[in-house]
Design a protein around this ligand. Structure first.
Ligand code: DAH
Length: 329
């Protein structure tokens, strides 16, 4: 046993350690064989022999474990030392980037509206119920809340499900006239070909004095915007519903894949829905304490725009950080 313990002491790698363990405790191991001898013994002799064997086994196992731990630690330190990353290294392996396609698209959208004299507003990603829902005329139990699968924290806090809460925050902190867009990331419990749990939206809001803003202003700016983004497409406004706007519309462009003749991507309708909009609901103005004003709002998903512009049909390819894909933009 002394000899085994000395060998154990000297083991300097995990493979040898495992080999020694099998040699001692394996099916045909030294100690295992000695335990087998017990059946030939009787009485006091058997008791004493068994006691000795058990002590030896315990000693061996204890030392084996501590040896294993120290070898694992040594191995980890060795790996850490080997795998040092020099973040300051600059090599030809890092080609100059044109930016991520989502951000390229976002920048193009922002450019249009900044040129149209819109300011850029931001808000927190972790929102409260009031700004994300309540003030936007989505009270608790409002069925429209089901349209959005929300990530909740404790105490009515949540990851914002749209950029519309930035409308509310801007109106709470500024007076009219308001002419803003709110670009940013939003979160929903969704994951498939065309949905990801984190995605980007651009919200727009214009508020002026009562009767100054009508649907005509909204239609004018969105048509101009969609032609800027998609070129020579047909555009139609389709009556729809959003709690924060009344009347509301969804806006379609003629399908960029088939030119409007009908294909699988546009479900053979010839049209693709690209954004939601409307005249701001009076209840939203009430929630922020605005009186005698009028306004329009719109909201769009940046990923959807990027997919249509670049003809990408699996949204997830934008997020997989595969350079072979990203380099194509
Ligand atoms: N917040 C809506 C959504 O996430 C998008 C939207 C639709 C925003 C219409 C608006 C609007 O401001 O008027 O689905």
């Amino acid at each position: 046993m002394q000899e085994i313990m000395t060998r154990l002491e000297q083991v300097d790698n995990l493979n040898d350690l495992e080999r020694l363990r099998v040699e001692v405790l394996g099916k045909k191991g030294i100690l295992t064989q000695q335990f087998a001898l017990l059946k030939n013994l009787e009485g006091e002799t058997k008791k004493t022999f068994a006691k000795g064997l058990n002590t030896n086994k315990e000693d061996f196992e204890k030392m084996l474990e501590s040896k294993r731990e120290s070898l694992l630690k040594a191995q980890m330190n060795e790996n850490l030392a080997k795998e040092v990353v020099d973040a300051s290294l600059f090599t030809a392996l890092h080609p100059k980037s044109n930016g991520h396609p989502i951000y390229q698209t976002m920048d193009r959208i922002i450019d249009f509206f900044v040129n149209m004299n819109f300011s850029i507003q931001t808000g927190p990603l972790v929102e409260d119920d009031f700004h994300n829902f309540e003030a936007l005329n989505l009270p608790v139990f409002h069925p429209a809340r089901d349209m959005q699968d929300t990530f909740y924290f404790k105490d009515s806090m949540l990851l914002r499900t749209h950029t519309s809460p930035v409308q509310i925050r801007t109106m709470q902190s500024q007076d009219i006239p308001i002419r803003m867009i709110a670009p940013g990331s939003v979160f929903r419990r969704d994951y498939d070909l065309t949905h990801s749990p984190m995605f980007h939206q651009v919200e727009g809001l214009v508020v002026e004095q009562k009767d100054k803003i009508s649907f005509v202003h909204l239609k004018y700016i969105l048509e101009d915007f969609l032609h800027y983004m998609f070129g020579d497409v047909k555009i139609r406004f389709r009556s729809s519903f959003f709690p924060f706007t009344e009347p509301s519309a969804e806006v379609d462009i003629s399908c960029v894949f088939c030119g409007g003749s009908g294909c699988r991507i546009c479900s053979h309708t010839g049209w693709l829905e690209v954004l939601g909009c409307g005249i701001v609901n009076q209840k939203v103005f009430d929630a922020v304490g605005y009186k005698d004003v009028s306004g329009y709002a719109f909201g769009l998903g940046v990923e959807r725009f990027a997919m249509l512009i670049h003809r990408v049909n699996d949204l997830r390819s934008f997020f997989e950080t595969d350079l072979r894909v990203l380099e194509q933009f």
